[in-house]
Design a protein around this ligand. Structure first.
Ligand code: SF4
Ligand code: SF4
Length: 480
């Protein structure tokens, strides 16, 4: 685990102990333009495009099957993702996806800190849209600060009403639109608009709209700092080699206004490039002063980089006083050493290899899944029964899965025990399973043996002749 090693020397008094918090007062971020702001808008557009397009992509799965490419179907108990169909019994694949997501997040964190939070997290995307509306309706930071606490006028009432009306519409169109992933999207929209949708659909749109309105309109940076577990995790997996937004204090300190800096330099006294204009602080959506050192609440959005680059540009000084830079290089800069880019290192290689290995494992496992399956569970109590004729009887719960859209007949057989009698309770050894369904039955195996023997249960598709098997054991009386 990396620890945050900051040299607290007197000349670096601007640094503060690492913290997972920011300003506690109301944060009214100022607009900013620059390359990272443009990158953020691009990320917003791409994220929203993917979010809205995905539920409308069709994927043919045969007659009677939903043709929505990405769908969580509670009614059938299925999760559809293009060619992948996950049944409730295969939910362990979701565990694999969660482990994969965790590995990717840790790798991204090792490369570029909380860059997911700053560019792609839905909370960031929604908040960017809400802030845009706020600026368009109420003005930029200065105008908004003036209006806070000012007497209410009809004009102000109109502004507040317009802002909240637009916020609610955006909340419904963003958070509320999540329901499109849980039903056939085109039909749901038609039914929703014409009042034909189910009460549960209206209720969920209401809940998601309300939560988005609250989180993006009011909670904002508090979600990123206090509600999300990521800042706390960040403390544990913080990586001094990651490209995170940092202030080049060795270049910026001691800070002074442009005029004062010129005077100091004329007197051969040290003066840094930071003119203490506070632009980097006023644009920060979290309210951080990045000059105080790395802050676990920083979402790595780069807006302070844009703000400082603008200031440096106006002063004719080189850009990059605040920049995406590894903390280890800031320390090197302070010691007068050249920076060393270390994106590729054992940790990032190991994480990348783990991701590739897990992806390959899951792909092979998914690729090897058949369109039928048999699962056998041995009776637990009693595990074996002695019959009046001296033989032993074992009972098994058997479940057959038909993962196709066609009705199928399966012939059941048990092998591994000579002279065993096999009984399918209430049926013969051939059962019919409805399309895209499971069939549960009970099987009894009776035999004379004193050995614990392996059994193989086979279900053979009568039409195709293909078989699926499951292993279990025959337990003799008194052998449990
Ligand atoms: S300190 Fe800079 S990078 Fe971090 S959240 Fe604030 S503006 Fe974004
Ligand atoms: S924007 Fe740049 S110059 Fe202005 S206070 Fe921040 S670091 Fe200093």
């Amino acid at each position: 685990m990396a620890t945050l090693d900051i040299s607290f020397k007197p000349e670096r008094a601007h640094l503060r102990k690492p913290k997972a918090g920011a300003f506690t007062g109301r944060i009214v971020p100022q607009s900013v333009s620059g390359r990272y702001r443009r990158l953020k808008w691009t990320a917003v557009i791409v994220c929203l495009a993917v979010y809205y397009i995905l539920p409308f992509i069709r994927w043919s799965r045969g007659p009677g099957q939903p043709d929505q490419a990405v769908l969580v179907d509670f009614e059938r108990g299925r999760l559809y993702f293009f060619f992948v169909e996950i049944w409730p019994q295969e939910v362990y694949y979701l565990t694999g996806v969660l482990v994969l997501a965790t590995l990717v997040l840790v790798l991204v964190n090792s490369l570029a800190g909380r860059v997911w939070c700053g560019y792609f997290c839905p909370q960031t995307v929604w908040t960017d849209l809400f802030l845009l509306v706020e600026r368009l309706v109420e003005g930029d930071r200065r105008a908004r600060l003036k209006k806070h606490g000012a007497p209410i006028t009809p004009q102000r009432v109109l502004e507040i009403g317009t802002k909240h009306g637009l916020w609610i519409l955006i909340a419904m169109g963003t958070g509320g639109a999540f329901v499109l992933y849980f039903a056939d999207a085109p039909s749901l929209i038609r039914d929703f608009v014409t009042g034909q949708a189910s009460a549960i659909a209206y209720a969920w749109v209401g809940i998601l709209t309300a939560s988005t309105y609250t989180l993006a309109g009011f909670a904002r940076e508090q979600v990123c700092t206090w509600m999300c577990p990521w800042p706390r995790l960040q403390g544990a997996i913080w990586d001094p080699e990651a490209l995170i937004v940092n202030y080049r204090d060795y270049r910026g300190e001691p800070r002074a206004s442009a005029k004062k800096a010129a005077e100091l330099k004329a007197r051969n006294k040290p003066a840094g490039d930071c003119v203490d204009c506070l632009q980097c602080v006023t644009v920060c959506p979290i309210g951080i002063d990045i000059r105080e050192g790395p802050n676990f609440a920083c979402i790595n959005c780069g807006l302070c980089v844009d703000a400082c680059d603008t200031t440096m540009g106006k002063l004719g000084r080189p850009r990059g006083l605040i920049d995406y830079e590894a903390w280890s290089n800031i320390e090197r800069g302070w010691r007068g050493e050249p920076p060393q880019p270390r994106m590729i290192r054992p940790k990032t290689i190991a994480l990348a290899l783990s991701i590739v290995a897990l992806l390959a494992l899951m792909s092979v496992s998914l690729g090897m899944r058949g369109d039928a399956k048999i699962v056998v569970i041995h009776d637990r109590n009693p595990i074996a029964v002695t019959l009046s004729d001296g033989r032993t009887r074992n009972g098994y719960a058997v479940r057959l899965y038909n993962k196709t859209g066609l009705e199928r007949s399966f012939a059941l057989a048990v092998s591994g025990l000579e002279n065993a009698e096999v009984e399918v309770v209430g049926s013969d050894a051939r059962v019919t399973v409805a399309p895209d369904a499971t069939y549960e039955l009970r099987m009894l195996v009776k035999a004379s043996t004193e050995d614990r023997l392996p059994l193989q249960f086979t279900a053979t598709d009568v039409a195709s002749g293909r078989s699926v098997t499951a292993q279990d054991v025959f337990v003799p009386a008194g052998g449990q």
